[in-house]
Design a protein around this ligand. Structure first.
Ligand SMILES: Nc1ncnc2c1ncn2[C@@H]1O[C@H](COP(=O)(O)OP(=O)(O)O)[C@@H](O)[C@H]1O
Ligand SMILES: CC(=O)N[C@@H](CCC(=O)OP(=O)(O)O)C(=O)O
Length: 294
């Protein structure tokens, strides 16, 4: 395709997306290469310049795990959620806020945009409560496990995001929350992105990870489009497993909450974000119960 054709193909999408908001979740596994991360951020700055209100929510699970191991602590997860004791919460805060959030903000600045880094506890953006004890199967019996400082989202107060977006800032959000008594909590980044997308009335939730999208059992084929029902079936049949489960559950919750389109795409390939948004073929998986084009 000629260069001008590629650009013109984007026109109807730009017209459709102008003035709408999108929540872009950058998973920890999608942030391993700084050069590619740089292209992802430049894509986001471009999206903002064509009138899309972009909100970035980032993860950082792999880096938290690495730091915990370096401290001699063994990371433990229950249903994809990290058991978070006092020390682990401190590591999560250091890695998420101190390192990853600040790196993304700098990359936006380098790309010519203006970002403001916040976490869910800033301006009471994400109010959560400590998660109930979770039942886990261990050696043929069920045990109840306390996840520590892990939060379950109760409320999103998006006022701060509207202020930032209306003034052309790109909010970059760390997945931490606060409870009603002011205690800090760790939350899964996909869950946070899904709830933020609902509260903002976002047009799309885009989750960037380290695989091309939702794949078949053999992991040879990517499903480019599916309905929420298809996605539920893939979880029930075990085709969707491990870290993909919280991601797909967050997508389903967002779709139920009124977000029309959700995408899961590979964040480790340069310019996948604009390819997914501005071409009819797309590159990853789009989940929607609408039957129109975008
Ligand atoms: N059906 C599936 N299609 C694609 N990936 C899957 C599927 N089921 C499980 N996965 C796994 O989910 C992982 C993505 O989740 P995760 O590692 O938590 O990502 P992130 O850190 O980006 O949030 C993939 O690397 C893959 O191993
Ligand atoms: C409670 C919980 O599990 N919180 C996550 C927050 C980071 C995250 O979700 O990062 P990814 O998107 O890279 O997986 C954690 O501590 O790993």
């Amino acid at each position: 395709m000629k260069r001008e054709d590629v650009l013109m193909q984007a026109l109807p999408y730009i017209q459709k997306f102008h003035g709408r908001s999108m929540v872009i979740k950058l998973g920890g596994h999608a942030m391993v290469d700084t050069d590619i991360m740089d292209t992802v951020i430049r894509d986001v700055v471009l999206l903002q310049l064509v009138g899309i209100k972009c909100v970035i929510v980032h993860g950082g699970g792999p880096e938290i795990t690495e730091k915990m191991k370096a401290m001699g602590k063994k990371p433990r997860f229950v249903s994809g959620l990290r058991i978070t004791d006092d020390d682990t919460l401190e590591v999560a805060q250091m890695v998420l806020v101190g390192k990853i959030n600040s790196k993304i903000v700098s990359l936006v600045s380098r790309a010519g945009g203006r970002a403001v880094g916040i976490s869910g506890n800033d301006a009471n953006l994400i109010i959560a409560k400590k998660m109930e004890r979770q039942k886990v199967r261990i050696d043929n019996h069920e045990e109840e496990v306390d996840l520590g400082h892990v939060g379950e989202i109760e409320e999103i107060r998006p006022a701060v995001l509207h202020t930032l977006l209306d003034n052309q800032f790109i909010p970059v959000i760390s997945p931490l929350a606060i409870d009603r008594n002011g205690n800090d909590l760790n939350i899964n980044a996909d869950t946070a992105a899904g709830e933020l997308a609902i509260a903002l009335g976002a047009y799309k939730l885009i989750s960037m990870t380290d695989v091309d999208g939702i794949m078949d059992r053999e992991r040879t084929k990517v499903f480019h489009r599916m309905t929420p029902q298809d996605a539920e079936n893939l979880i029930a049949s075990g085709v969707v497993s491990e870290g993909m489960i919280p991601k797909v559950l967050a997508v389903l919750r967002a779709l139920q909450g009124g977000v029309p389109y959700a995408h899961i795409i590979n964040g480790n390939l340069a310019h996948n974000l604009i390819m997914e948004l501005f071409t009819s073929e797309g590159v990853g998986t789009m989940i929607t119960d609408r039957d129109d084009e975008v």
